[in-house]
Design a protein around this ligand. Sequence first.
Ligand code: SF4
Length: 268
Amino acid sequence: MRKPATSASSAAAEPQRRDTSAARAAKFAAETRLGLVRRARRMNRTLAVAFPDAHCELDFTNPLELAVATILSAQCTDVRVNMTTPALFARYRDARAYAEADRTELEEYIRPTGFYRNKTSSLIGLGQALLERHDGVLPGNLDELVELPGIGRKTANVILGNAFDVPGITVDTHFGRLVRRWGWTTEEDPVKVEHIVGELIERKEWTMLSHRVIFHGRRVCHARKPACGACLLAKDCPSFGAGPTDPVAAAALVKGPEAEHLLELVGR
Ligand code: SF4
């Protein structure tokens, strides 16, 4: 069912085509810190209207499964990981199963996700470390998670936010690209980006913000051809014009199951 546009979405959808590009550039160049905080939070609210069902796109039923799926998602699509994990999770049910896995057998299970030899080492190492240090249970804090094989800061934040309800900002390639386009930061380093965005956006919003930004990056604000002319964030985005601004051309670039809903919100 189509979702009705709200006042937030209508405001965000209001095109700014009246602005000249020079006027837009001047507006963002003169932005104060308070203005940036307000704009960032407004953009997050607009994204909440655009993607009310944003969520982790990896399938899992417990923290260990999410950790395994996130390790497998490196250099691989979530769709492919989700095709691989049902059989894997049925065969390897706990940390001990990974710790004692036959390497060749485990490699075959995860081969479709790519880099399967490295990922097999991570999964066996993860199982062993969990048995040795945490009684086989995945810890729910950043410091201990990042000490585990295969789990970096990005993976740890995914696990914390989605399996433990601890707010976390996940800076993947989509997230970094978008927040730089939006002028939230110019930093390239993911940890610096995480901290800077954490100071702009309320802590309780961190996990959902991460999902919304990643959804927007996958469906609208593509790396090469962002759908600017069909983007709800156009009014608040300093990079409006990085992609086609023609509404019809832009609409054709919007992807995913929410496309109809997104285009309806911008009045297409
Ligand atoms: S206006 Fe363009 S660059 Fe800005 S968020 Fe939308 S699609 Fe991305």
